[in-house]
Design a protein around this ligand. Structure first.
Ligand code: PMT
Length: 404
């Protein structure tokens, strides 16, 4: 989002206070933020708050000293995105009917930038057919409308009408600002660990946090792909917009992946699937005894290897390799043995790469023998780079089946 020009339009609803957090988050993402407020919004939050957060003068009154002669024209045309948050029922009605009676509504009439509207109001007001009709009119004109959140509203009513949480709005803005170069791609990503139960209380698992796989899923969604995320248990929220399929064991992950594989163009296996599971799972909690406890483990299905052999999936197959030694040799062996198009190797003995970290450094090996190495990057950056390489494979593949 660095350097992107974003106009945040704030209208007169109690959720105007949450717009301050939205501006703070956008500035943290290094966007250049201008705030335009309606007079009613300024009754809820002082313009000075937004001036301090955005570092720019606030635009409120068309005729005020702060407004440049042509700001109401140029602002919505020079911006990369206009976000109206919160958008009240009244302001939505003005937008839908082309009314420009203050700076913000006039600016929107002349705007050529993409517009994101985030409605926030009482649940009954939101359900009012005239409000719903106005929202449909805006959608028909290409405005992106975010669904409000559900829950307790400021007016103590319960239901749909809450302003989406600011991080969700930022996520949606990221998507609108991203090139939709993966539009049409159906991608399945696996992430996180699997858990293999020992008894009702204990299980075997590993250190995967899900961050790497979730970053691939998030980046793919932002870039317009249709994304299914099959994930073992993690402590991080699934990215917006993806079809989230939680699983626990390797068997559950395999069944879910194979059920979806036929309709999928690309599979990225970032999950840390347990290679072994306890031979038997006790019905009751295993009691501590005087002697050591020996675990008898048996092999789990190798999902990636099975995908490399099956004829029910003919798309781009991408694996990961988690190694602590012989990184290239081990990754190359897996690339060949599992019939992959690409494998992403990471040295999980590093403190700044692999499991649980926010960063990763990977070596990418391709079927035809090419190898590419990345420096240490954020996992979101690694994800975008992997998707850039996958996109080339997908475009080259066209309709040809994998391995033809
Ligand atoms: O989740 P994070 O905390 O962000 O950590 C990221 C990660 C380290 C988990 C990730 O970058 C990674 O390396 N994922 C693969 C982990 C793993 O299981 O690697 P492996 O070398 O053991 O397996 C090789 C490949 O086969 C992987 O694509 C794996 O998904 C797949 N596999 C492995 C075993 C199995 N039974 N079935 C599989 O499909």
């Amino acid at each position: 989002m660095k350097g992107k020009g974003i106009v945040v339009g704030v209208t007169g609803g109690i959720a105007a206070y949450k717009a301050a957090e939205l501006v703070r988050l956008l500035v943290r993402e290094e966007a250049v933020v201008r705030v335009a407020m309606t007079a009613n919004a300024a009754r809820f939050v002082a313009p000075l708050t937004f001036e301090a957060l955005s570092g720019n003068r606030i635009l409120c009154d068309m005729w005020g000293p702060e407004a440049g002669a042509m700001d109401h024209i140029s602002l919505g045309q020079e911006a990369d995105l206009v976000i109206v948050a919160p958008a009240t029922a009244n302001f939505i009605g003005k937008m839908a009917n082309g009314i420009g009676d203050d700076f913000l509504s006039t600016m929107l009439l002349a705007a050529t930038a993409p517009v994101l509207v985030c409605p926030a109001m009482n649940v009954k007001m939101y359900g009012n057919p005239v409000v719903q009709k106005n929202l449909e009119v805006l959608k028909d004109r290409g405005v992106t409308v975010m669904e409000p959140g559900e829950g307790q509203l400021a007016c103590r009513s319960e239901g749909k009408g809450r302003l989406p949480d600011p991080p969700e709005i930022v996520e949606e803005a990221q998507r609108l600002l991203s090139p939709r170069d993966l539009q049409g791609m159906r991608i399945l990503v696996t992430a996180g660990p699997t858990v293999e139960p020992l008894d009702p209380v204990r299980y075997i698992t590993n250190r995967s946090s899900g961050k790497m796989g979730y970053a691939v899923a998030r980046a793919a969604w932002r870039r317009g792909a249709s994304v299914v995320l099959v994930s073992g248990p993690t402590c991080i929220a699934p990215p917006r917009g993806v079809d989230f399929k939680p699983v626990r064991t390797a068997f559950e992950m395999r069944d879910t992946v194979f059920a979806l594989a036929p309709r999928t163009h690309v599979i990225v296996k970032a999950a840390a699937v347990a290679d072994y599971r306890p031979k038997s799972t006790a019905d009751q909690k295993i009691k501590k005894g005087p002697r050591a406890l020996t675990l008898d483990l048996e092999k789990n299905p190798d999902i990636l290897a099975e995908l490399g052999k099956t004829d029910t999936f003919s798309g781009i197959l991408v694996g990961f390799a988690a190694e602590t030694e012989e990184l290239l040799g081990n990754a190359e062996a897996k690339l060949k043995a599992k019939n992959l198009d690409m494998i992403v190797a990471n040295d999980v003995s590093r403190k700044d790469a692999g499991f649980e970290t926010d960063t990763n450094a990977v070596k990418i090996l391709f079927r035809e023998g090419r190898m590419e190495e990345t420096p240490l990057l954020g996992k979101d950056q690694v994800a975008d780079l992997l998707l850039d390489r996958i996109k080339v494979l997908w475009e080259d593949r066209g309709e040809r089946r994998r391995g033809d």
